[in-house]
Write a protein that binds this ligand. Structure first.
Ligand code: GAL
Length: 470
């Protein structure tokens, strides 16, 4: 029941969710700063990430926690506006640079590798004002930013993720009009974002590949958000296949498939949808042949976050759609949850451990025998240190990952728990807790205390097995 030798366990956070210090020194404003401070904020309780876990000041404690768990690596993200206050690369913040240097060096001193995400939702507001992810030029702005990061930290950091969850960025921002900058543009904005976010990833990957790889020998990919979708009945099988291509495939096929470009099933679905909406042509921006080549193959592994699953079913008159702003709705379908799946303390996350193994098999079937890196997996519970539910979640999902490795011969090399500690959970503010460590938000120091799950995870890492006491 042990993981292969050399298998790595980590835990993750993201800059806006933990750092706080939103306006120290010359740090620029991010879209989350801007939105959370503004009158349109729909964040629960009007929470903000102004202080969050105050990791800007508590970085030594964060490293200590990573060491207590015995993590092989710690995944965190760089705040683009902290490092480049203007968004563009002509001005680098000395303060931002010093902060990330301290964190990287501190981790390495304890033998913990840093795994860095370049972009985890906190766009510089200055670039949002110029159109953000719907402006084609963002691909170059992002590549310039990536070059700065690689040149400052590439000597010590070997695992990189360009963008966290393109699907969440495009859909929650433009399709649902929910996450900042909360621009409701489901007919156009979401699709522009689809294309330019892929172009941005690809250009950043090529910057590393061409300018840094020979010297630093690191690996670069992105962190996909995967929602495992199964047919509710036998007659919904085709629907489930299309829905997987419209979600996972939309952001994976252009990068990981042999032919590149949009998945044909998605092109067809959006073409039909556009016609139905009375548009003169498909809203999915085409790739030129040159762009297909530019994006194709821009990976050194496949990284993904997976939390939950859905059933898909053709829409009938009496079906209630809990998730209307999704690709499934565009396909004339609804998403449901199976009664037998377990619950968590957030409405969108139900517990279905087999999903992670099935998802890995789907990926291998579609994109081949790649190195697979699980960049996030975890569950929300209410507060309290006895988090039996979270322990069980990890145990069951890890058991499925091990089956995928041993029975299905899938090359999974890393598993990342979300999250190292409770943090600012986006639109849910501080009401939702994902941490191995509990954070006391009433304490000015933001004291962190290990939960039962932290002890369990430390044992997992020590014995290289999921079947351990907590
Ligand atoms: C992911 C996201 C994380 C975290 C997690 C739990 O989608 O990357 O930042 O919030 O979900 O909801």
């Amino acid at each position: 029941l042990t993981f292969p030798p050399g298998f790595k366990f980590g835990a993750a956070t993201a800059a806006y969710q933990v750092e706080g210090a939103w306006n120290v020194s010359d740090k620029g404003e991010s879209i989350w700063d801007h939105y959370s401070h503004g009158p349109r904020s729909m964040i629960l309780n009007h929470d903000t990430g102004d202080v969050a876990c105050d990791s800007y000041n508590n970085w030594e404690r964060d490293i200590e926690m990573a060491a207590e768990l015995g993590l092989h690596y710690y995944r965190f993200s760089i705040s683009w506006p902290r490092l480049l206050p203007k968004g563009f690369d002509y001005k680098i913040s000395e303060d931002g640079k010093a902060y990330y240097n301290k964190l990287i060096d501190g981790l390495l001193q304890k033998g913990i590798e840093p795994m860095i995400t370049l972009y985890h939702f906190d766009l510089p507001q200055s670039l949002q004002d110029l159109g953000g992810w719907t402006n084609p030029l963002i691909a170059d702005w992002f590549a310039d930013y990536a070059r700065v990061v690689f040149s400052l930290f590439g000597d010590r950091v070997k695992m990189w993720l360009t963008i966290n969850e393109p699907i969440v960025i495009c859909d929650m921002t433009y399709k649902a009009g929910y996450n900042p900058p909360a621009i409701y543009s489901p007919y156009f904005g979401a699709y522009l974002c689809n294309k330019y976010i892929l172009m941005a990833h690809a250009k950043a990957w090529r910057v590393y590949d061409e300018e840094f790889k020979a010297k630093y020998h690191g690996k670069v990919s992105l962190a996909q958000h995967l929602l495992w979708i199964e047919p509710a009945t036998d007659s919904d099988k085709d629907l489930a296949d299309i829905a997987m291509q419209a979600s996972a495939g939309r952001y994976s096929h252009p990068i990981f498939s042999e032919e590149g470009g949009w998945p044909p099933a998605l092109e067809k679905a959006v073409e039909e949808l556009s016609k139905k909406r009375g548009l003169l042509k498909s809203v999915l921006p085409p790739f030129t042949q040159e762009e297909i080549e530019l994006v194709k193959g821009t990976h050194d592994f496949y990284g993904f976050n997976l939390y939950t699953s859905r059933l898909i079913k053709a829409k009938t008159e009496d079906t209630v759609d809990r998730w209307p702003q999704t690709d499934a709705a565009d396909l004339g379908a609804v998403l449901l949850e199976a009664n037998e799946w377990g619950k968590s303390s957030v409405n969108w996350l139900s517990v279905h451990p087999e999903a992670i193994r099935r998802q890995l098999n789907w990926l291998k079937k579609n994109y081949g025998d790649l190195e697979y890196v699980i960049t996030e997996n975890g569950m929300a519970t209410s507060s309290g240190l006895q988090d039996e539910d979270r322990v069980n979640y990890y145990k069951k999902y890890l058991a499925q990952v091990l089956l995928a490795i041993k029975e299905d011969v899938i090359n999974v090399t890393h598993y990342t728990a979300w999250s190292l500690m409770d943090n600012f959970e986006w639109m849910y503010g501080y009401s939702v807790r994902f941490g191995l460590y509990e954070v006391d938000y009433s304490d000015p120091q933001r004291k962190r205390t290990p939960r039962q799950s932290a002890k369990y995870y430390a044992n997992v890492i020590k014995s290289n097995s999921f079947d351990v006491p907590s």
